[in-house]
Design a protein around this ligand. Sequence first.
Ligand SMILES: Nc1ncnc2c1ncn2[C@@H]1O[C@H](COP(=O)(O)OP(=O)(O)OP(=O)(O)O)[C@@H](O)[C@H]1O
Length: 410
Amino acid sequence: MPEHLAFYISNTDNKNLLIKRIVSKNLIGKSADLKGAVFSKKTLDKFIDEEVRHGNFNVATTTSNSLLHSSEGERKKALLQHLISKNPDYIIVDNVFGNLDAKAQKDIEKTLTRLSQNISIIQISNRKKDILPFIYQPFKLENNSPVLCKKTEVLKNDETKNFVPSLPKPYTINNNKYDSLIKFKNVTVSYGDRTIVNNITWEIKPGEFWQLTGPNGSGKSTLLSLVSGDNPKAYNQDITLFGIKKGSGESVWDIKRKIGYFSSEHLRGFERLQAIEKMIVSGFYDSIGLYKIPNERQIALAHQWLKLLNMYPIKDKSFLSLSVGHQRLVLIARAMVKHPPLLILDEPTNGLDDRDAALFCKLVNKIALESQTAILYVSHRKEESLINPDFIFDLQPQKTGSIGTVHKTS
Ligand SMILES: Nc1ncnc2c1ncn2[C@@H]1O[C@H](COP(=O)(O)OP(=O)(O)OP(=O)(O)O)[C@@H](O)[C@H]1O
């Protein structure tokens, strides 16, 4: 019977080094002849890069779309099947359940359980709940070396001092009083002859907290792209954003300015060596770097945000020196300095460890309770630390495209 291992890691552990050491066999002592496969975001990005640069479509998806044009969940399912088809002797699976809906998680768990009869599974996870049931004794890392981790041990959020002050006030009092931020009336989107979402009617009003749910490929990102201004399919539809009918001459930038957008998938633009304070101040200008001289009030507000995050003493440190979890808190503060009418959070805790996910949710709760900003939260993961949203918009796929249903939660 093959041996299986799990590493329960935190966001401050060096995951790339861990994977390198496993692959080079000097951590778990596998024979050099064994053939391994790595299921990770990095591997997925490499295959997408191959498609885009060289036209090599090596990974088949269930929809026959390229990986580039597939949803996050579709990509992960396709990658796992592809790696398994190469008959590896062992497989390293990193964050295997992130971005997957409940059914896909169950399916992948079943696939890996079946596979575990014949090949070694080495799991890397930063969420304790995700550890595969057939792996009884996970390891954690201490100084980059594996030590046994108690089954009950969960990274606890001990940063009780965080988020004690009230939320900083907006820079300007927003005189634009919208009756409604987003209004979709009978919106239908198709790619080729495939209808993705069908007859969607949905309204988000100021200050509301919404969660958008639905299985992989049901059209959540498609709906978000209609809102954030990037999808040409938004034209010729009955969509009203911030009181202005789509297609009536509004500029995409006008729309974008009113939205704070955070996605765990789109951090690449922020890989500049920028001080934490400057990152937050740049939120006043809708630019990634800081190219303008901020005024005193903007700096004072940025300092209030830094104090709220407990990062004032390290404000001059590079943003890149922060852990992934703390980087996300800074990006939320950056998106929130202007108190935009709408904050979109797309799978925001994906890739965070238990402690950082709890911290992140605590900040989202504070924004939901103390600001007039409406929140649209998209996630497959049920976070225990997150307060209940006011409403859920649930997309359920049908043959003729997904339909949406509104649920009021309280
Ligand atoms: N440009 C495109 N061309 C063709 N099909 C597309 C394109 N973009 C998305 N799709 C398809 O539309 C469907 C909906 O995708 P979308 O990304 O909106 O789903 P999702 O609900 O966000 O999924 P996930 O939870 O997996 O991220 C998917 O089946 C996807 O393959």
